[in-house]
Design a binder for this molecule. Structure first.
Ligand SMILES: NC(=O)C1=CN([C@@H]2O[C@H](COP(=O)(O)OP(=O)(O)OC[C@H]3O[C@@H](n4cnc5c(N)ncnc54)[C@H](OP(=O)(O)O)[C@@H]3O)[C@@H](O)[C@H]2O)C=CC1
Ligand SMILES: O=C1O[C@H](COP(=O)(O)O)[C@@H](O)[C@H](O)[C@H]1O
Length: 510
């Protein structure tokens, strides 16, 4: 029966923010990928643009894509680099060819006018060829670059490459993470960029905000009567937000060692999820209303205490020649956050991230308190849990106690399961980058990090990060392929998490 249920057959109501998607802007669109020779550009940015092109969001007659970086390449050499990364299942050869023909390459430095003047010339020629009216052109700059060059690149864009008139076109700039290394450096970067561009032109991307089940969080919380009365300290014992990877830093050791797992994953990806799980209901689905609530909950987080942190580093991490032999950079961290507000006082939010662990997954696990006056001894079966599996295999399931089917009157733990692959068989879930780039073209900042939000996020983690940088907190060693340091499980237990023994959720197969 389930296999007959298709998304198309169901009555999905359009939510207010989706309605905003229908705002169409005309005029020539130029997408400029700076750092086009790099890893992110070839693996994520260009493939996302290709997917948008395939779905008709980028039209041949008004879009052009430019790659810019220092490496000397001709157009075809860049196209050849990109080609192998375009999603295989969608590779209709004529589409691939037509998409690649949209891409032009300009080589130049990040801090000198010549390259940017040449880039502007190339964009302008394209705009003229598309008969774009003066000022109606749209220019989207995607900075797939190390953050160290953001200020100089922004200056060059501002002076040489912005849309020439304020009539009806725009210039927007997308920034990759990491946005700063701590509060002071992030604020300095924000100030430098803020002098050149207004906040509505600035898109700080956090690709976790483009994941399907992260985007679902607000709908789930605020459009369901089930959750409204339960989502608070009276009912919830603890919340875990977990990121695990079953591989190490693999060729990115040099970058990673300067940042560590807290800056790479927790301060941004997991904290963004934390906001959506913990924030109050926004006044509406308007981006500013949502971001206002995110800032408020971040500002309600108590300072992190040393006893709420466990750090780890997997054995073999320092074998990477780009990692110093004496590195104490954590590749694993569990950090327990406490929120000082009416809804969440006393409920630990456990943020856990690690590389080279025993599995690859990202999930949110909301564990409820024991049933009061429990006549079925259901706490023996395990507590109620609501789990949102972000990846792999998107799913939501509720662990609950039921009567064991059969003659005996015994209680057992089971689940209500919404597994996306089974339930939405004909729906292709978009890649996070694809969705977020489309938002930048539409001018929807809901899923991007606002300046004050970023500041509040750094305020939470900066004291801890400085203590780690100064060597006051040391990582525990752990075996690659393990669960991480044993101390992390002890901290979890101390925070109130009760593990269910003997129950494993098995994702349904078709
Ligand atoms: N790769 C990934 O999976 C992810 C990356 N990011 C972020 O995206 C951005 C780009 O990442 P990624 O593509 O991996 O980075 P790369 O190291 O591949 O750098 C991208 C390009 O920038 C130029 N570049 C590299 N180092 C410098 C430097 N020191 N000074 C000036 N230019 C330099 C190079 O181009 P050229 O020499 O030709 O000018 C390079 O091809 C970073 O901010 C990163 O943190 C975020 C999430 C995931
Ligand atoms: O931002 C980053 O994310 C990736 C994990 O992204 P995912 O979408 O594959 O879960 C991580 O590997 C990388 O270290 C980090 O910089």
């Amino acid at each position: 029966m389930a296999s007959q249920w298709h998304c198309e057959k169901r009555a999905f109501s359009k939510i207010e923010s989706f309605a905003r998607d229908n705002v169409t802007e005309t005029g020539c669109l130029s997408i400029i990928v700076l750092g086009a020779s790099g890893d992110l550009a070839k693996k994520k940015t260009f493939p996302a643009l290709f997917n948008l092109y395939q779905q008709g969001f980028l039209q041949l007659n008004d879009v052009h894509i430019f790659g810019y970086s220092r490496t000397q390449l001709c157009d075809d050499e860049l196209r050849e680099r990109i080609k192998g990364y375009l999603p295989v299942e969608n590779k209709v050869s004529s589409n691939v060819f037509n998409f690649l023909q949209l891409i032009k390459y300009v080589s130049g430095a990040y801090d000198s006018p010549e390259g940017f003047q040449e880039l502007d010339k190339a964009i302008s020629e394209h705009e003229t060829s598309k008969k774009s009216h003066e000022g109606s052109s749209r220019r989207l700059f995607y900075l797939a670059l190390p953050p160290s060059v953001y200020p100089q690149v922004c200056k060059m864009i501002k002076i040489f490459c912005t849309n020439k008139s304020g009539l009806s076109g725009w210039t927007r700039v997308v920034f990759e993470k990491p946005f700063g290394k701590d509060l002071a450096s992030a604020e300095e970067l924000s100030a430098q960029i803020g002098e050149l561009f207004d906040e509505p032109q600035i898109y700080r991307i956090d690709h976790y905000l483009g994941k399907e089940l992260v985007q679902n969080l607000l709908v789930l919380r605020f459009a369901n009567r089930f959750f409204l009365p339960l989502w608070n300290r009276d009912n919830i014992s603890n919340v875990q937000i977990v990121f695990r990877e079953d591989f190490g830093t693999e060729g990115r050791g040099g970058y990673f060692d300067q940042y560590g797992i807290i800056r790479d994953i927790i301060q941004n990806h997991l904290l963004q999820i934390f906001c959506l799980v913990a924030m109050e209901k926004p006044v509406s689905t308007k981006p500013e209303h949502i971001r206002d609530e995110k800032v408020k909950v971040l500002q309600s987080v108590n300072p992190i205490r040393d006893e709420d942190v466990v750090l780890g580093q997997y054995r073999g991490y320092k074998d990477d020649p780009t990692v110093p032999d004496d590195s104490v950079t954590p590749t694993f961290a569990t950090v327990v956050l406490h929120i000082h507000n009416e809804r969440w006082e006393g409920v630990p939010f456990i943020l856990k991230a690690g590389k080279a662990l025993n599995s690859r997954k990202a999930e949110i696990r909301v564990q409820f308190k024991d049933v009061p006056g429990d006549i079925f001894k259901s706490s023996k079966q395990g507590r109620n849990e609501f789990v949102i599996r972000l990846q792999p295999s998107e799913a939501m399931y509720m662990k609950l106690t039921v009567k064991q089917p059969g003659l005996e009157m015994t209680a057992a733990q089971s689940e209500l399961d919404l597994s996306y692959r089974q339930r939405y068989q004909e729906v292709v879930i978009p890649e996070a980058y694809e969705r977020l780039i489309l938002d930048t073209i539409k001018g929807d900042q809901q899923h991007f990090v606002r300046r004050d939000e970023l500041k509040a996020a750094w305020e939470i983690f900066t004291p801890l990060l400085h203590r780690i940088d100064e060597g006051d907190l040391q990582p525990q060693g752990y075996e690659p392929g393990s669960r991480g340091p044993a101390e992390a499980d002890e901290l979890l237990e101390k925070a109130g998490y009760v593990q269910t023994h003997g129950y494993i959720w098995i994702p349904p197969t078709l």
